[in-house]
Design a protein around this ligand. Structure first.
Ligand SMILES: Cc1ncc(C[n+]2csc(CCOP(=O)(O)OP(=O)(O)O)c2C)c(N)n1
Ligand SMILES: [Mg+2]
Length: 392
């Protein structure tokens, strides 16, 4: 007899339907899924890396155009924020320059009722979900306020403690099932984050309980200065899925078309009860980890140059132009939209927020501890003396 809350194993059914073994269904395709070449040409089916059970339809022109617009905005946001940090107007910004296709696809594959669990690097994904960029950046200015309300956009806060967000994502999916709510949850993580214990716990729990969670690993090759070769000995991070009884796929993380196709299918399978799912995006962090890091200390510029040639924006732009889908007017309009977002960021981050430091103590405990009360009094005293000195 099946235990009361056991879910049927749809992976076995899928494999049988396709006439392939369960292992072939769960393991990533040979190589990786890529649809548009680095120079912007549509690849033939054979070149796309598709094998039985790993075949993906090309996204529509409208989907690609909408995605490309977000790429243009995402790149502008990355570069504007990078500049604002250098001008001292923001405390820190982990840029996803070069990873924008993965960022945009992670948000566009979901519907509004689904939930996204991003990391500190995933600002562009959060903005693509519809969150106001100014609200997002409030967090990085160093105010204690988070900036946006996660419940308004079904988008969690950007997690800085590595991989904790995957446990939250799994918890959200389990809670939704218990409450009878239908949703798919997508949790983002870096390749470095896959070495955390939380990664194992999240994947194992999600797979045992067959939860509709997509684990989206952006393999950008570095965890600050630690290269991929020091992070894992696995053939790919997508291979990790099979050990949990979960399907995994490896996709070109700079190819928006392939990302939308692979993530789109993962979402569909999760909705039908065939989750969870692991997707690894093969991409690269073009800039430093943050402004506090000097990437020239641990990698060669030739490597960066190689990856710059695989830029996700140029590739999609060339493809859409050759298809006749992206006209000069549309391109100008998207650039204009991006400039407006950048201007709003400059304007908002240029203002000094009026923050009461004592508010810090108001939201820690319902009943303040004696230690906190003492610290609060100490700070109040310091602030009072400071304002007396200013007046004198
Ligand atoms: C639990 C925990 N340990 C260590 C850190 C410090 N830390 C911040 S980012 C980072 C590297 C993470 O690399 P990766 O997961 O590949 O993500 P990426 O920054 O490349 O997007 C580390 C070690 C942290 N934030 N949280
Ligand atoms: Mg990384």
């Amino acid at each position: 007899m099946m235990p009361e809350n056991a879910q049927p194993d749809l992976s076995e059914e899928q494999a049988k339907k396709l006439g392939i073994s369960l292992e072939d269904y769960l393991l990533p395709t040979h190589g990786r899924i890529q649809m548009i070449s680095e120079s912007g040409e549509l690849l033939s089916i054979e070149e796309q890396g598709s094998t039985p059970g790993h075949e993906y339809p090309m996204p529509t022109r409208e989907e690609l155009l909408a995605g490309y617009r977000q790429l243009v905005i995402g790149r502008r946001v990355n570069d504007q924020n990078y500049a604002l940090v250098r001008q001292g107007r923001m405390a820190v910004y982990p840029s996803s320059h070069g990873q924008e296709a993965s960022e945009v696809a992670a948000a566009l594959c979901l519907s509004p009722r689904d939930w996204l669990f991003p990391t500190y690097r995933d600002t562009v994904a959060v903005i693509t979900r519809g969150v106001d960029p100014v609200q997002v950046m409030t967090n990085f200015r160093g105010d204690w306020h988070q900036g946006y309300n996660p419940h308004e956009h079904n988008t969690s806060i950007q997690s800085t403690p590595l991989t904790t967000q995957l446990l939250h994502a799994v918890g959200m999916a389990q809670a939704a099932r218990l409450k009878g709510e239908e949703m798919v949850v997508l949790g983002m993580v870096g390749e470095g984050g896959t070495s955390e214990g939380d990664f194992h716990e999240a994947l194992n729990f999600a797979s045992v309980f067959k939860l509709p969670v997509i684990f989206f690993v952006q393999n950008n090759k570095y965890a600050i200065s630690v290269p991929l070769s020091r992070q894992t000995a696995a053939p790919s991070l997508a291979h990790k899925a099979v050990g949990y009884g979960m399907a995994g796929e490896l996709v070109d993380g700079n190819d928006l078309a392939a990302l939308l196709a692979v993530l789109g299918r993962a979402v569909k399978l999760c909705r039908e009860g065939g989750g969870p799912y692991l997707v690894e995006a093969d991409t690269y962090r073009i800039q430093s980890h943050t402004n506090a890091d000097d990437a020239t200390r641990y990698r060669h510029s030739a490597e960066v140059d190689e990856w710059t040639k695989r830029d996700p924006l140029h590739r999609m732009r060339t493809y859409l132009q050759n298809e006749g889908a992206l006209t000069e007017e549309l391109e100008a309009q998207y650039q204009d939209d991006a400039e407006q977002v950048a201007a709003s960021l400059r304007e908002a981050m240029g203002q000094q927020p009026d923050i009461d430091p004592l508010e810090l103590f108001d939201h820690v405990y319902t009943v303040q501890t004696p230690q906190l009360a003492e610290q609060r009094a100490q700070l109040a005293d310091e602030l009072a003396r400071e304002s007396q000195t200013e007046q004198a």
